[in-house]
Design a binder for this molecule. Structure first.
Ligand code: SAM
Ligand code: DTB
Ligand code: SF4
Length: 334
């Protein structure tokens, strides 16, 4: 079933109480309701990216405080992976400021790191820019489980944010990831000046993929000095929660990740996001280049809420129990 604009607007505009109720109903049917997936994030190659993404502190087009760093070697990345395991992360995400995955020694090194991290018992997620189907197959073979590649916003608004690559190129990479049997992690950023319609169009694009992404990261823009979006106001909290709830209802089986911007959110706003169906966070005091809450603060919050670290096997068990026929939202009217 494909969602149309009207279906999605109807869900988004439900009275807040009903929206959260529907999101919770979906969440309890398809997910372990008390489990929060914890992912660690590591920038393995930072800065001087040739793309002009207006939100990104790593773009070479803007003068930000992010200094360039060459690709890190396997051993130093493994130190972070060990710490991630100690802190209770179940997934280790590696990000690189590349337009596309390079060929040659750098890719070989990344493949070696991927294998070593997966052998530690962590799920590996990579986000390295565009990739071919062959590269996707090699990553999969090396032990990568998931590829992150965000649509970021609607097809229309994309052109306002990035001019050096196209929406279709993004979709092509996601197709290549799928063809190699990699899981897909794809979402976007709220608070870049886009309209609510743009946000819903992005969700429509994601929810209509066949199959939809297994993970949907929803980032709040972290307005970084030096980027063209440095003066953007932080996204409205209630609008943010409505998008999380809509994503949960549209993509019942996905992990909906409350991603960048948590450092700028109160505990109460994050809690509303969990109520709306978010069930994944980045754990550790750094995202790629910006700050994230301390792991200790996150553990305290989860404890206060009686939520626990999600066991990936338990999560898969919940997903297996729900039949395919119920994997699409029940459309509801107010
Ligand atoms: N270069 C690769 C790419 O663009 O796919 C991977 C790394 S890129 C930094 C990964 C994602 O981080 C982007 O797609 C974007 O959604 C998110 N991101 C980057 N800067 C951000 C910011 N200032 N605030 C929120 N999210 C951001
Ligand atoms: C995603 O959607 N958010 C993460 C991850 N995927 C790679 C990245 C957030 C980056 C925030 C800006 C920074 O720290 O540089
Ligand atoms: Fe480069 Fe990715 Fe940042 Fe765009 S979002 S500038 S592609 S690192």
């Amino acid at each position: 079933m494909k969602y149309n604009e009207q279906d999605i607007e109807t869900i988004y505009n439900l009275p807040f109480t009903t929206l959260i109720y529907r999101a919770q109903e979906t969440h309890h049917r398809h997910q372990d309701p008390s489990g929060i997936q914890t992912c660690a994030l590591k920038s393995i190659k930072t800065g001087t990216c040739p793309e002009d993404c207006k939100y990104c502190p790593q773009s070479a087009h803007y003068d930000t405080a992010v200094g360039p760093e060459k690709l890190l070697d396997t051993e130093s990345i493994l130190e972070d992976a060990r710490q991630a395991l100690r802190e209770g992360a179940s997934r280790f995400c590696m990000g690189a400021a590349w337009t596309r995955i390079p060929r040659g020694d750098q890719f070989k090194s990344v493949l070696k790191t991927t294998t070593a991290v997966s052998e530690m018992g962590l799920e590996v997620c990579c986000t390295f820019g565009a990739m071919t189907k062959e590269q996707a197959l090699e990553l999969k073979e090396a032990g990568c489980t998931v590829y992150n590649h965000n649509l970021d916003t609607s097809r229309d608004y994309y052109k306002e944010i990035i001019t050096t690559r196209t929406y279709d190129e993004r979709l092509e990479t996601l197709k290549n990831a799928r063809a190699a049997n990699l899981e897909i992690c794809s979402g976007g950023i709220l608070g870049m000046g886009e309209s609510i319609h743009d946000r819903l169009e992005m969700l429509r694009e994601l929810a209509n993929m066949e199959p939809p992404p297994e993970s949907v990261p929803i980032n709040a823009l972290v307005a970084v000095p030096g980027t063209p979006l440095e003066d953007q106001e932080f996204v409205d909290g209630i609008e943010f929660v409505r998008i999380i709830a809509t994503a949960r209802i549209l993509m019942p089986k996905a992990m909906v990740r409350l991603s960048a911007g948590r450092n700028e959110m109160s505990e109460e706003l994050q809690t509303l996001c969990f109520l709306a169906g978010a069930n994944s966070i980045f754990l550790g005091d750094r995202l790629l280049t910006t700050e994230n809450p301390e792991a200790e603060a996150d553990r305290n919050l989860l404890e206060k809420l009686g939520l626990s670290l999600l066991d990936p096997e338990r999560a898969r068990e919940f997903h297996r129990q729900t039949s395919d026929s119920s994997s699409h939202a029940h459309l509801v009217s107010a």
